[in-house]
Design a protein around this ligand. Structure first.
Ligand SMILES: [Zn+2]
Length: 102
């Protein structure tokens, strides 16, 4: 078994494919991934501080994914946005493998 998790940007399906070190695979749609971006800038977009900003549709074309150490991945989107760090646990959450912390 591989020693670490790996990601693969499946362009044709528009999903981020995550190969877990236990051998299983999850697919997270680009749109879901973009909507879940945990960076401060996007957290503002998700919030209700300024309702007008909610109308901005974020770019959902996943250009590339970089590894950050061994704990997270950093997607880069078609609009150049790459401020979001997705930890492996967060990706598991998005893939429905963990329940979100309360
Ligand atoms: Zn973001």
């Amino acid at each position: 078994m591989p020693k670490s998790n790996a990601v693969f940007n499946a362009e044709a399906k528009q999903v981020l494919s995550v190969k877990w070190k236990d051998g299983s695979t999850s697919e997270i749609p680009w749109t879901q991934l973009r909507a879940a971006c945990p960076c401060a800038e996007c957290a503002n977009l998700h919030g209700d501080a300024d309702p007008l900003r909610l109308k901005l549709a974020p770019n959902t074309h996943l250009v590339s994914v970089a590894y950050v150490g061994n704990y997270a991945v950093q997607p880069r989107w078609g609009d150049g946005h790459n401020a979001g760090l997705f930890t492996w646990n967060y990706l598991r959450e998005l893939a429905g493998l963990l329940t979100a912390p309360q």
